[in-house]
Design a protein. Structure first.
Length: 268
């Protein structure tokens, strides 16, 4: 380990179980010397195993609905009390589509479901930064990272309205990131990760096909959840102090590929 986060304090959203990218980030942040608070929505905490991660990393848990400003204010205030000061890093690893869960096609959604998914997956990021910004809760040269997927730029039909949610998430990162950088020297970025077999990702129709195709298209192969955790730690560290407003592709090269030999072989 490199002590990249020694003395740093953070908040990690969205760890559910050992398959979660947020779970892997928490493990790596702990290894690199950070102290942090873990948070998830109460219903997700009942479904997952967050207490196990908290014990492993010596962390406290503060339940919070990320769509609630009141919950987020409580989370940020209590986190600073527990950690003894301002925050150095935040991971937003939250995404949900009710239309996907309910099998509603993109061309015939239930718009109440669309609104709920948009609020959870994207607007929650704006709300989180709103609270951090207005409470002046971030240290200078702090780092805020959200996780996204390339369906924000390209068509993946079965990704449904999550593609729209991710596009909005990335726009929020740029727009709010400007003000956070200008006013508080805090960086805001998104990581566009390879398809990863997390609990959330595996709920998308045809997900195994996504993974197999991306593996054959990417010259370095798919990035795993553990790989993503390493990359996230680098963005939390002082080694990337001037990286902000970026959507950073972490996908083994998939995003710049047109076609690969391995894929062409399937059609020849």
């Amino acid at each position: 380990m490199y002590n990249l986060l020694k003395g740093k304090k953070g908040i990690i959203f969205g760890a559910l179980n050992e398959h979660s990218i947020a779970w892997k980030v928490a493990e790596r942040a702990h290894e690199e010397g950070a102290a942090f608070v873990l948070t998830n929505a109460p219903i997700a905490m009942r479904m997952g195993e967050l207490a196990v991660l908290a014990k492993k990393t010596g962390s406290q848990i503060i339940p919070a609905d990320a769509t609630s400003i009141e919950d987020l204010e409580n989370l940020v205030e209590k986190s600073m009390e527990i950690l003894g000061g301002k925050i150095d890093f935040v991971l937003h690893s939250i995404g949900m589509s009710v239309n996907v869960r309910k099998g509603k096609h993109y061309t015939d959604p239930k718009y109440d479901f669309t609104t709920k998914g948009w609020d959870v997956s994207a607007v929650s990021f704006h709300k989180t930064m709103n609270v951090l910004y207005n409470k002046k809760a971030m240290n200078e040269w702090g780092s805020i990272v959200a996780l996204t997927y390339m369906a924000a730029q390209r068509v993946f039909p079965d990704y449904n309205d999550m593609a729209d949610n991710k596009a909005y998430l990335e726009s929020i990162a740029r727009s709010f990131g400007y003000f956070f950088g200008r006013d508080y020297k805090v960086r805001v970025n998104t990581i566009s990760q390879s398809p990863t077999p997390t609990t959330a990702g595996s709920g998308v129709k045809g997900f195994d096909g996504f993974i197999a195709y991306a593996e054959k298209m990417s010259p370095l192969g798919n990035a795993t959840a553990a790989d993503c955790a390493d990359y996230t730690i680098s963005l939390f560290s002082d080694l990337t102090k001037k990286v902000t407003l970026q959507n950073l592709f972490h996908d083994g090269g998939f995003s710049n590929m047109g076609v690969s030999d391995a894929v062409m072989e399937k059609f020849e």
